[in-house]
Design a protein around this ligand. Structure first.
Ligand code: ACO
Ligand code: AKG
Length: 448
């Protein structure tokens, strides 16, 4: 019999092929393409710093304008071993020259669009002329000493057997080390094994690995159908060794696979992934929110405000006794913090906990409040009334809890202390009790 009572009791699963996998980042490239987002070079540098703290192996940047190049210089000047700063180019020598003009860049991605709307409508080419353009650009990059990545754009909507796979075979002939990036550009990829190309990410990955002997396979998945992270993991599952993602999933339209989800999955669910440091993820997300202007939904996995917030009666009563009941991993792992909130789904235990905590803080004492304490029940009744009136639509703030505590516990204590002092003056009694439970609440009569 297996008993899972602690995080460490839960088994981790193995990547079936056991390959080393890495993460490359596109936050300052695809992420920065998000409409309305303008990243300054100093902000890109700060993002780079966070990526370094996490241990992300690689990032990519455009090189088209002064701002791009300034950011690259700032990053390079740091001299960090990782993330490696790599370039990004369209499939033409002019773009590749721009990458070559930057000191220190040793690898570039090259955009090779493979679906027919991209080839014909976007670029005005035929399959034949597109292929020629892509292979020429690749050869140019190789001839100039760059490591290469072929970004196979819109591969999940392309005619792969007849066009893309033969193209990739020729790419391998030119550069057997070229990383093939499976771009799920519009999010059409499907993570299930029995789905054939163009949609099946497992099938495409296996084909590249087994039939075309591609050594370096990377996924770049968009989230239009909400499957970006699942597709990235599917890539790893079937032989990809890279996943290209963005922090918070920012990027074009619905964005990209979220780095933080992938990191959490690797670190907490898969065997042997201690290489990433997750404890700055919440801090990184606050930076993105404050400095870059990305609004993070409360319920966003890993970094949302609600990820370790407990309001409902059954959940919070469980977590107070043992966080393992309703928390998937300890908050500290990602630099988060557990909080308890009082709201319309709360029960008495979480209220007792909050009131006790507030009271102890205010009074600098360490007193246990009983669930049946009538003052506590009075607070509960007041709160229930607020919600029953159907006007209140938010949680009870900590300030309000404090006000309730003052009203039902401390005000009464002060009254009681005043009375006690009067007794002292009148009777010469100098003893003073510090036990809050001895204080008789004025509300008793009204509660019963
Ligand atoms: C799916 C993606 O995320 S792809 C990346 C998208 N990101 C960006 O576009 C941001 C960076 N882009 C830029 O700064 C600019 O678009 C530049 C510098 C690349 C080009 O600027 P411009 O010369 O003004 O061209 P413009 O942006 O109007 O059009 C894009 C050009 O790229 C071409 N292009 C598109 N895909 C490819 C490709 N795989 N290989 C080569 N050229 C391509 C288009 O055909 C078009 O050229 P055309 O007008 O001659 O047909
Ligand atoms: O550079 C790439 O990853 C390809 C372009 C892209 O961003 C995409 O296909 O979504």
């Amino acid at each position: 019999m297996k008993i899972y009572k602690d995080y460490d009791d839960l088994p981790k699963i193995k990547l079936p092929l056991g390959q080393e996998v890495s993460i490359s980042d596109s936050t300052i490239r695809d992420g920065a393409q998000m409409p309305g987002i303008v990243m300054k070079s100093q902000q890109k540098l700060q993002i780079y710093e966070y990526l370094h703290r996490i241990g992300i192996e690689k990032l990519e940047s455009f090189v088209y304008n002064e701002r791009d190049r300034k950011a690259i210089k700032l990053m390079m000047d740091h001299g960090y071993e990782f993330p490696e700063v790599t370039g990004w180019a369209r499939a033409n020598p002019a773009d590749i020259d721009m990458v070559l003009n930057i000191d220190g860049i040793e690898e570039t991605g090259i955009l090779m669009s493979v679906s027919d709307p991209h080839i014909v409508d976007k670029m005005g080419l035929t399959r034949e002329t597109a292929e020629e353009k892509y292979l020429n650009a690749l050869q140019y990059a190789v001839d100039h000493g760059l490591r290469t990545r072929a970004h196979i754009e819109d591969m999940t909507r392309a005619d792969n057997y007849d066009f893309t796979f033969p193209l990739i075979k020729k790419i391998m002939d030119i550069d057997p080390d070229c990383t093939i990036r499976i771009c799920d550009t519009i999010g059409f990829g499907i993570p299930f094994t029995d789905v054939d190309e163009p949609f099946g990410v497992p099938m495409i990955t296996k084909y590249l690995k087994d039939e075309l002997n591609v050594k370096n396979i990377e996924t770049h998945c968009h989230d239009d159908f909400g499957l970006a992270v699942a597709n990235s993991i599917a890539g790893y599952w079937h032989g990809a060794n890279w996943s290209n993602v963005t922090f918070l999933g920012i990027g074009e339209r619905a964005g990209n696979a979220e780095m933080e989800k992938l990191l959490l999955f690797l670190a907490r669910r898969i065997e042997g992934f201690d290489k990433y440091n997750l404890d700055c993820l919440v801090e990184f997300s606050r930076f993105m929110e404050k400095e870059i202007g990305i609004r993070i939904p409360r319920n966003k996995s890993v970094v949302g405000n609600n990820v370790f917030a407990h309001e409902s009666g059954i959940h919070s009563a469980g977590v107070i006794k043992n966080p393992f009941t309703y928390e998937p991993y300890p908050p500290e792992i990602v630099g988060g913090k557990r909080i308890f909130l009082i709201g319309d789904s709360s029960g008495i235990e979480v209220l007792r906990y909050k009131v006790q905590e507030t009271l102890n803080e205010l009074m600098e004492v360490n007193i246990e409040i009983d669930k049946n304490d009538k003052r506590l029940r009075a607070i509960q009744a007041d709160i229930q009334k607020l919600y029953n009136d159907e006007k209140r639509v938010s949680c009870i703030s900590d300030e309000e809890v404090m006000a309730y505590v003052k009203k039902y516990f401390m005000f009464n204590q002060m009254v009681s202390k005043d009375m006690h002092r009067k007794d002292e003056e009148e009777n010469g009694d100098v003893s003073e009790s510090s036990d809050i439970n001895e204080i008789k609440p004025r509300m008793h009569d009204t509660i019963d």
